[in-house]
Design a binder for this molecule. Structure first.
Ligand SMILES: Nc1ncnc2c1ncn2[C@@H]1O[C@H](COP(=O)(O)OP(=O)(O)OP(=O)(O)O)[C@@H](O)[C@H]1O
Ligand SMILES: [Mg+2]
Length: 269
């Protein structure tokens, strides 16, 4: 029996990683999957896209100093210390996650605290979680990564099955994709897919397709710029709660179909 899959969403700052990761997680939950969403951003905001009230206290893993020390041998901020790179993680999703209205479990890794020091031990905990978590057929992990490239150096997403590199139609986001792909190949992640977000014209699609082909990245999903996203944000709700038939949600739903078809083939999941 095939296990479930792990997918990480990365890319330049502001390209739409969190909105895509959160919407994908919810759509998978609506299709009956048990979803663990991991917010790896040090400025976490995945919870609101998942439909968890924005003011909810997040209890990041980084603040659970006893747990981090018990599992890794180092207190958060204990830079310069040796810590275990292979800590026990199996109970963490159940014990330390928030649960969204649709049942998506959310694990928030951490925010810096003034003077806390480096977050290496808890990042090791998450890397180990992603590497070693054993998934049943109907279980999925979705990681919302921090903008930029630093997480590649840490190898947080090394254990994923899919890496989605989100781009918008700008040269700068392509440049981030170019730098990412080099690092991704070194990490040995198998399926690396380009996602083009905030598209307003066919010319933009043609332009990015051409450029990304040169980089060896296939664009598997094109998501339009959608004014409903902006309106939903101003209304303080996530786009899925605002309009589940909006162009944005329809495009992420198609991406969800593509992922499921690629992973499970024609076998029912
Ligand atoms: N397809 C879209 N149409 C319109 N607005 C969008 C679209 N996708 C994302 N946005 C908007 O772009 C902004 C950035 O989105 P989001 O926070 O998901 O990006 P991010 O890549 O996670 O950012 P960060 O790098 O800060 O984590 C948000 O205001 C979001 O609502
Ligand atoms: Mg984000």
């Amino acid at each position: 029996m095939k296990r479930g899959f792990k997918v990480a969403v990365c890319g330049k700052g502001g390209v739409g990683k969190t909105l895509i990761a959160g919407t994908l997680a919810r759509l998978l939950a609506r299709r009956g999957f048990k979803v663990l969403a991991i917010d790896v951003d040090s400025n976490p905001n995945l919870h609101s896209t998942l439909g968890i009230a924005i003011e909810t206290p997040l209890k990041p893993l980084a603040y659970n100093e006893e747990l981090v020390e018990e599992r890794t041998g180092a207190r958060p901020g204990g830079w310069g210390l040796f810590f275990s790179l292979n800590p026990r993680v199996d109970d963490i999703p159940d014990k330390f996650s928030l649960v969204s209205p649709e049942g998506v479990r959310l694990l928030v890794v951490g925010m810096p605290k003034a003077g806390l020091g480096c977050l290496c031990p808890q990042n090791a905990l998450v890397k180990s979680l992603v590497d070693h978590i054993v998934l049943a057929r109907n279980e999925v992990v979705v990681l919302d990564m921090e903008a930029g490239l630093e997480h590649f150096g840490r190898g947080t997403a090394k254990g994923v099955d899919y890496l989605l590199i989100v781009m918008e139609p700008t040269i700068k986001s392509l440049e981030t994709a170019r730098r990412s792909i080099t690092l991704v190949r070194e990490l040995g992640i198998g399926r690396v897919w380009g996602i083009l977000n905030k598209v307003r014209s066919d010319e933009e699609v043609e332009f990015i397709n051409r450029k990304s082909r040169d980089l060896g990245i296939d664009i598997v999903s094109t998501i339009p710029y959608d004014d409903n996203v902006v309106t939903a944000e101003m209304a303080g709700v996530s786009i899925l709660d605002y309009d589940s038939n909006s162009p944005f949600v329809s495009a992420v739903s198609r991406l969800c179909d593509i992922l499921l078809k690629d992973w499970y083939g024609d076998v029912p999941y």
